[in-house]
Design a protein around this ligand. Structure first.
Ligand SMILES: Cc1cc2nc3c(=O)[nH]c(=O)nc-3n(C[C@H](O)[C@H](O)[C@H](O)COP(=O)(O)OP(=O)(O)OC[C@H]3O[C@@H](n4cnc5c(N)ncnc54)[C@H](O)[C@@H]3O)c2cc1C
Length: 376
């Protein structure tokens, strides 16, 4: 793409920052607009699988991420009551060779601290909440709540599940509460008082599951996320405070190895889980969506962030390949939608790595080299 050089990315989340990093390396003039005044250290962990790590390697971030996070020895699935091991995938030199990259667990704050540096200094403009878009034949005008207006040749909506850019493209439709909430806690390993746990274990109950894992290679901090059914969520808040007792009650009857972890939990909060139905329109005119803005999914496969990063890598390649935005966007949609749809389906089923699983199609994928599907 030779003429449309100015790209505005709305949202400095995982997807927006990665996309901006790829686009800058492809020679585009990129600015990222973020509504928050600065990055805050969100109290949660995140899993970055090999497909994401390969992409982030191209942005020069792999070393710092490995330094900040932990390459777990393995991921284990266990039955909630008997503790029976249902599946284990070992992450070692052989798996890294096979997948082309490591599997990493990390604190989200540490991830963001690294991602800030994948774009050139001055790329991110904070305190800029997009409120409107005005499209003309040759550009798009962005209007922010601080009174600033600016113009870009292409706008990328990377503004998350309640995307304003999506609303502009597809109309206003609230995300869907899926009937489950997630209890989350981060706490120091020393609260376990010597009780040893594996690096990453998912405990599978009949209608609920829980995943405690370490977030640093020092194994000094544990993140636990436990998902339980709940009929409604009546609050406007993104999360509400919970407690260790509520967390324990939600996993009553679970194996002692798990309950001993929950007995050490501190700073527990509870979060509603939302997604949206699959939607195959990700673009219009000079505007395109990525990540949670177009395909928010239930977090049961731990892959929403991975999909956002892959989107950014593929979108950047499509924009570098085709002069016309419409053609680039058709290629992007044709390449991304089938893979994302599979991940959305598996996330709804909550079946990923419950038992023996073919993981190659997911982990071996490299969005920086995977074939692009030509626009139809
Ligand atoms: C409980 C839970 C656990 C998860 N665990 C994992 C995991 O282990 N691995 C994984 O890969 N994924 C995981 N995910 C999914 C992952 O967090 C999301 O898919 C990912 O954060 C999406 O990235 P994004 O950049 O599209 O959106 P976001 O991360 O939501 O970023 C959007 C950004 O846009 C900004 N913004 C919003 N509106 C505006 C506006 N109008 N103007 C300007 N800026 C705006 C926001 O402030 C934010 O910075 C999990 C999700 C949940 C809920």
């Amino acid at each position: 793409m030779k003429n449309q050089k100015r790209i505005a990315v709305v949202g400095a989340g995982l997807g927006g920052l990665s996309a901006a990093g790829f686009l800058q390396r492809a020679g585009f003039d990129v600015t990222v607009y973020e509504q928050a005044p600065s990055f805050s250290r969100i109290g949660a962990g995140i899993i970055l699988s090999a497909n994401v790590m390969k992409a982030l390697r191209r942005l020069g971030a792999e070393g710092a991420l490995v330094e900040a996070g932990i390459k777990p020895h393995s991921y284990i699935s266990r039955a909630w009551d008997s503790g029976e091991k249902m599946y284990e995938i070992i992450f070692d030199a052989a798996s890294e060779e096979r997948f082309g990259g490591p599997y990493l667990n990390i604190h989200r704050g540490d991830l963001h601290a690294v991602l800030e540096h994948v774009v050139t200094p001055g790329t991110i403009i904070f305190n800029s909440r997009l409120i409107d878009l005005k499209e003309t034949s040759h550009s798009v005008r962005l209007v922010f709540d601080n009174g600033v207006e600016t113009e870009a040749d292409i706008v990328i909506g990377a503004d998350g599940i309640r995307s304003r850019v999506r609303e502009f493209l597809l109309g206003n439709e609230a995300p869907r509460f899926v009937g489950s909430v997630a209890h989350r806690a981060i706490f120091a390993t020393e609260s376990l008082r010597g009780f040893e746990i594996p690096d990453c274990t998912k405990w599978w109950g009949r209608d609920r599951h829980i995943l405690p894992y370490f977030m640093t290679s020092r194994r000094d901090e544990i993140y636990a996320i436990g998902v339980v059914p709940q009929a409604t969520w009546d609050s406007d808040a993104a999360s509400l405070p919970s407690s260790r007792d509520e967390f324990l009650a939600a996993f009553d009857g679970f194996h002692d190895d798990l309950r001993r972890v929950l007995e050490a939990a501190e700073d527990v909060s509870v979060w509603p889980i939302y997604d949206r139905e699959r939607n195959d329109r990700w673009s219009g005119g000079r505007i395109v969506l990525l990540g949670d803005a177009c395909h928010p999914m239930r977090p049961y496969m731990a892959a929403g962030g991975a999909m956002a990063v892959e989107d950014g890598a593929i979108l950047s390649r499509c924009l570098a390949t085709f002069d016309e935005p419409a053609e680039a966007f058709r290629c992007y949609e044709a390449t991304r939608i089938p893979r994302v749809a599979d991940v959305q389906r598996i996330s709804i089923e909550n079946s990923w790595m419950r038992g023996p699983t073919d993981t190659d199609w997911f982990y071996c994928y490299d969005p920086c080299t995977a074939p692009l599907t030509p626009p139809s």
